[in-house]
Design a protein around this ligand. Structure first.
Ligand SMILES: [Mg+2]
Length: 284
């Protein structure tokens, strides 16, 4: 059996909340400028805190929307959470009403510009270095929505703290577009119902499937022999699970309860509360 392990990176190997703080701060400053108030304006910070509190309270009600579809919960990381916050701020100030313009600005321009601010100081989850070093010699890849070189740079930074992970820099496959749903593609069932979540989880994530397929071809493996580890069930895990993979959900205090309950009940899924569980789950 040729098990292939695919790891998400941001939020899975890193502490997204700590790492994402400069992203949040920078993004809110840019929004302040766009709506014509000073950086640090109390109205802007107040709206951000209000929306964050609402999302934490009822995560099932706050999807992250991409191209008009609900593709993930917004709660799980500061990058996704910023989009509903930004919509609320722009709505409140009556700025940039056009949905397409807004989508481009929030999802591309401001995302990239502010994500770059987090690159200088990656914050890894406890045990990430030792766990990744222990995977040397295995068929392991990192598949991420982020820029390939940005994540390879974080792995290189981790290698300076915890030598033995540099081999993974060439195993990063970025720009995975896990958000992209192609309803016309028939390679996966259309959707999955999660108890506790009113909307369906959309599974036809063709761009992500294509990258996983490339990795599996390189590994001489198949979806049945694939293990995927991620911190956002809908984005990272739902489609590969539906195609036969085993999956591990890395939890944080913001992981929705309905996701944890579904994963605990599924025979091919497990909760990862400590990264040291990963090698045994995948290859044990
Ligand atoms: Mg992630």
């Amino acid at each position: 059996m040729a098990v292939a392990l695919v790891l998400d990176f941001d939020g899975t190997m890193t502490d997204a909340e700590a790492e994402g703080r400069p992203f949040r701060d920078g993004y809110l400053e840019d929004l302040a400028m766009l709506v014509g108030v000073k950086p640090g304006d109390p109205d802007i910070l107040g709206i951000a805190e209000q929306v964050e509190a609402e999302i934490a309270e009822t995560p099932a009600k706050y999807p992250f929307l991409w191209m008009g579809r609900a593709v993930a919960p917004a709660t799980v990381d500061p990058y996704l959470r910023m989009v509903p916050i930004a919509h609320r701020i722009l709505d409140r100030f009556g700025v940039i009403p056009d949905a397409t313009d807004r989508g481009r600005l929030l999802g591309s321009v401001l995302y990239k510009y502010n994500y770059a601010k987090t690159l200088g100081h990656p914050v890894f989850r406890s045990g990430a270095g030792a766990m990744l070093a222990s995977l040397g010699g295995t068929s392991t890849w990192i598949v991420t929505n982020s820029d390939t070189h940005a994540v390879a740079g974080k792995v290189a930074a981790l290698d300076r703290e915890a030598p033995g992970v540099a081999w993974l820099t060439s195993r990063v496959r970025g720009f995975a577009r896990k958000f992209d749903v192609d309803e016309a593609w028939g390679g996966a069932p259309s959707e999955l119902a999660l108890p506790g979540l009113e909307r369906a989880v959309l599974l036809r994530r063709r761009s992500y499937f294509d990258i996983l397929s490339e990795v599996l071809a390189e590994a001489g493996s198949s979806f049945e022999e694939l293990v995927v580890i991620g911190d956002i069930f809908e984005l990272d895990l739902a489609m590969p699970l539906a195609l036969g993979a085993r999956v591990g959900l890395v939890t944080s205090p913001r992981t929705p309860d309905y996701e944890k309950a579904f994963v605990m009940a599924h025979p091919r899924a497990t909760l990862i509360e400590d990264l040291s569980q990963i090698p045994g789950f995948a290859f044990g």
